[in-house]
Design a protein around this ligand. Structure first.
Ligand SMILES: *Cc1c(COP(=O)(O)O)cnc(C)c1O
Length: 367
C-alpha cells in the first residue's frame, strides 16, 4: 500500500488530458513523426521560455551533453571538470566524446560543484567545466563563470533537473556556452518517452550541434560532417509544447511544497533541509534532505507507505565505472558523506496538502 507516491505522472496527465490528447491526435493526423513543424515549434517555444536565442532538440538529455561536447571539439586527452555528485550522464558523455573526466567535490550544503575547489583541478589540458544544477538547485555560477573567463574554458550547464531555476534572477541555462536539458518523463518538464535539448546564444555552435545530431547536415541529403542520429520526435515535441505553458505554475507549486517542507521540518533533530535563497531559486526537481539515520528513516517511511528515493546512492568517483581512476573517499569528502545521508522526499506539483502533511507527520513520528 502506497499512501504517498514519490511522484505521480498520471495525475499530471489527467490535469491536462484534453490538451495532451489533442496534441497527439494532431501529430498523427499530420503524420509529422520525425522533424517537421511540431519539433520546430517546440524548439522556438522552449528557447523563448528560457530567454535564449537557439534551441536544438535531440533524443534525450544524455545525447544533449554528448552533442554539445562534440560541437565544442573535445579531443582525446582534453580534460573536462565536473561535479562528483550527479547522474552518470554528465560524466559518461565526456568519456564518450573522447575527453577525460575530472571530478570536483561538491559544496556541503547545496550538493552543487564547489567553485573554491575548481582551480586546483585545472591543468594545461583542461578545456571546460560542466556544472550541474543538481536537484533543481542552481550551481554557484558567478565564481564558476569567473574561473572559466580567467582560464579560457567553455561551460556546459547540465540543466536536466533545473528547468526554470534561477541564479540571481537569471534563468539557468543562459550562463554557459551551451546548456543541456532532459525531458525524461519524470523531469520537471517531461515528455511521454525520451527527449532532450541543447540551448545556446551562439548561432555557430547551434548550427554545429544541429548538424552533428542530424547525420552531419542541416537538411536531408546534406552531410557536411559525420554525425549521429539523435532526434526529438513529433509526438514528444507536441506533448512538450502542450505542457510548456503549465511549467511556470508547476514550478511555483514545487517551490510552495518545498517551502512548506522547509518550515515543517525545521527543528527536527538529525535532519537538515536543502538550502534555499532568493539568490538561488531552486526548482525542486527533487527535495533532498540529509539525515544521520537515513536508512532507518527511509525504512520507517516505506513501512508507512511513503515512497522515498536516494539520488544517488554512490557518488560518481566511487562507481565501478570509474574504478580506473582509483579515487579515494578523502578526495571528495562532501560527495562521499552525502552518499549515506541524502534522502529524496515525495514532491510533485499535484501533491495534496493531505499527502504533504502525512509525510511530515511520519518524519516527525520517527524523530
Ligand atoms: C536525467 C539527467 C540527465 C540525462 O537525461 P536523459 O534524458 O535521461 O538522458 C543528465 N544529467 C542529469 C543531471 C540528469 O538528471
Amino acid at each position: 500500500m502506497t499512501t504517498v507516491p514519490f511522484a505521480d505522472l498520471h495525475a499530471q496527465y489527467l490535469s491536462i488530458k484534453s490538451e495532451i490528447d489533442a496534441a497527439i491526435a494532431t501529430v498523427i493526423r499530420d503524420s509529422a513523426f520525425i522533424r517537421g513543424p511540431h519539433v520546430e515549434k517546440f524548439e522556438r517555444e522552449f528557447a523563448q521560455a528560457l530567454g535564449i536565442a537557439h534551441c536544438v532538440s535531440c533524443a534525450n538529455g544524455t545525447d544533449a551533453i554528448y552533442i554539445a561536447l562534440n560541437a565544442l571539439c573535445v579531443e582525446p586527452g582534453d580534460e573536462v571538470i565536473t561535479s562528483a555528485h550527479s547522474w552518470i550522464s554528465t560524466s559518461e558523455s565526456v568519456t564518450q566524446a573522447g575527453g577525460k573526466v575530472v571530478f570536483c567535490d561538491t559544496d556541503r550544503d547545496t550538493f552543487t560543484i564547489d567553485p573554491a575547489q575548481i582551480e586546483a583541478k585545472i591543468t594545461p589540458r583542461t578545456v571546460g567545466i560542466i556544472p550541474v544544477h543538481l536537484y533543481g538547485q542552481p550551481a554557484d555560477m558567478d565564481p564558476i563563470m569567473e574561473i572559466a573567463r580567467k582560464h579560457k574554458l567553455w561551460i556546459i550547464e547540465d540543466c536536466a533537473q533545473a528547468h526554470l531555476a534561477k541564479y540571481k534572477g537569471r534563468t539557468v541555462g543562459t550562463f554557459g556556452n551551451a546548456a543541456t536539458f532532459s525531458f525524461y518523463p519524470g523531469k520537471n518538464l517531461g515528455a511521454m518517452g525520451d527527449a532532450g535539448a541543447i540551448v545556446t546564444n551562439d548561432a555557430r555552435l547551434a548550427e554545429q550541434m544541429s548538424m552533428f545530431a542530424r547525420h552531419g547536415g542541416l537538411f536531408k541529403g546534406d552531410h557536411q560532417i559525420e554525425g549521429i542520429n539523435s532526434r526529438l520526435d513529433g509526438l514528444q515535441a507536441a506533448i512538450l509544447s502542450a505542457k510548456l505553458p503549465h511549467l511556470p505554475a508547476w514550478t511555483r507549486a514545487r517551490q510552495q511544497w518545498g517551502a512548506a517542507y522547509d518550515k515543517a521540518l525545521a527543528g527536527i533533530k538529525n535532519l537538515i533541509v536543502p538550502p534555499s535563497s532568493q539568490e538561488r531559486e531552486h526548482s525542486y526537481h527533487l527535495y533532498v534532505i540529509r539525515h544521520s539515520q537515513r536508512d532507518a528513516l527511509a525504512k520507517h517511511l516505506q513501512a508507512a507507505g511513503v515512497q522515498t528515493v536516494v539520488n544517488y546512492p554512490v557518488a560518481l568517483p566511487f562507481l565501478p565505472a570509474y574504478r580506473r581512476f582509483e579515487h579515494r573517499a578523502e578526495e571528495f569528502p562532501n560527495a562521499h558523506a552525502h552518499q549515506s545521508t541524502i534522502l529524496s522526499l515525495p514532491l510533485f506539483p499535484e501533491m495534496t496538502a493531505a499527502q504533504h502533511a502525512y509525510v511530515v507527520a511520519e518524519i516527525a513520528r520517527f524523530d
